[in-house]
Design a protein around this ligand. Structure first.
Ligand SMILES: *Cc1c(COP(=O)(O)O)cnc(C)c1O
Length: 405
């Protein structure tokens, strides 16, 4: 094993990866994974699964089904597409940033006829425009509407319930599929109540695990519709995974042994805190981050949040701009001088454009608390001083007030 301190000269103390995935893995989760390989034919691991499946459905407030995949989020995207569509079927994608476009691209490459409604990179999807597109689909070729709950690149959060209402008002039979990879376990998510048919998630964000597992939750309607979906291949087919007679069928092969122990602990931690309390904690921490940016950006300083209206911002990641290349300089200073790694700006400018260096993202996702988030903000404040980046005063007091309020 290499000693990481010899690889990365720089700050002493614990480093902090504040990027929107992978997120911080709790020590309790790491400890749960630190064990000899378990028996995969009988015993504890096999016996753990019924409760695990029930608890996984509980984090999404889903009374339907869940399929587990040994894959990252891109795998869950592909699984969802494979089970909803046949070649030539139509998908309506409401994109509000890079991740919505990524899901659309995966569908197109799998042979789905994709219609993208692009709402830009700083505003939510408009339900009325989705309804219009569904109305125009006279011969009902659209099988599903795909929308990202929180787009991790733009920070935009979409009103999923309003989109469902628009689909219903249009009287269209399309499924509603939602990418909650960045928001599940952070932002409020009510799959049943909001009328979501297909929900995708991944382990390395709000669920506080290393990358490697992803999940697709589905309604009875989605399960029924999938019986005629021609794109499903043996590995991605969710039907055997949601009706597994044998343990291995849950995973389409060998179980992700250690991840399952980690997942058990992560789900316990969420249940111990309470789902609503988890959402409230993320809301408070997000407000602290936003308050700091608002203070830094006063008096015409080129510092600001990507999404103007707080009601349309996700609570797990904040996308921001610090002009004149300040975003890139601040990120580098934080990493080398302070042991904090912030997220790069994603999809806001090409890496070859100077503006690329203006964007950054701060994650406040999963296993985070006030001292971690306030620590990041204080370190950013220090970095702006060290780099002489012009900024407004009072950001830390504003963040503290937001947290206390
Ligand atoms: C992270 C993320 C993805 C992609 O997940 P990977 O694990 O990187 O494949 C997709 N959608 C959203 C909203 C994400 O945040």
């Amino acid at each position: 094993m290499t000693d990481r301190s010899s690889q990365t000269p720089g700050p002493s103390g614990r480093t902090y990866l504040a990027i929107p995935g992978p997120s911080v893995v709790p020590d309790r989760v790491l400890s749960a994974m630190h064990r000899p390989s378990p028996n995969i034919y009988a015993g504890e691991l096999v016996d753990m699964m019924p409760a695990m499946v029930a608890d996984l459905k509980r984090v999404a407030l889903c009374s339907g089904h869940v399929a587990i995949y040994i894959a990252n989020g891109h795998g869950a995207w592909e699984a969802s597409i494979a089970n909803m569509f046949s070649r030539g079927d139509r998908a309506l994608v409401a994109a509000t940033g890079r991740f919505g476009l990524g899901w659309a691209d995966a569908a197109a490459r799998m042979g789905v006829d994709v219609e993208v409604l692009d709402f830009g990179r700083s505003a939510p999807a408009e339900p009325a425009r989705i309804a219009e597109a569904l109305d125009a689909d006279r011969d009902r070729r659209i099988r599903a509407v795909l929308v990202t709950h929180v787009d991790t690149a733009s920070g935009v959060r979409n009103d999923v319930a309003a989109i469902r209402a628009a689909i219903d008002a249009a009287g269209h039979p399309a499924l509603l599929a939602v990418d909650a990879i960045a928001s599940l376990g952070c932002d409020e998510m009510r799959m049943d109540e909001w009328g979501i048919d297909v929900l995708v998630g991944a382990s390395q964000k709000g669920l506080m695990l290393p990358p490697g597992l992803s999940f697709v939750w589905l309604s009875d309607k989605a399960l029924e519709a999938s019986r005629t979906a021609g794109l499903a291949t043996p590995y991605w087919d969710w039907k055997p995974r949601t009706a597994a007679a044998e343990f291995y069928q849950l995973f389409g092969g060998t179980a992700p042994t250690h991840h399952l122990y980690g997942l058990r602990t992560a789900l316990d931690m969420i249940a111990e805190e309470g789902l609503e309390q988890v959402w409230a904690r993320h809301r408070r921490l997000a407000r602290a981050v936003w308050a700091a940016f608002d203070a830094w950006g006063v008096e015409g300083h080129p510092i600001g949040l990507n999404v103007r209206d707080p009601a349309h911002r996700g609570h797990s990641v904040t996308a921001a701009r610090i002009g004149d290349g300040g975003g890139g300089r601040l990120r580098r200073w934080l990493e080398t001088e302070a042991g904090v790694t912030l997220g790069i700006g994603l999809g806001m400018a090409l890496p070859t454009e100077p503006a690329y260096q203006d964007f950054l993202r701060v994650a406040h996702m999963g296993h985070v608390n006030a001292h971690m988030t306030l620590g990041v903000l204080a370190t950013m404040d220090a970095g702006m001083r060290a780099l002489a980046i012009p900024h407004g005063e009072g950001a830390l007091a504003a963040a503290a007030d937001a947290l206390a309020g």
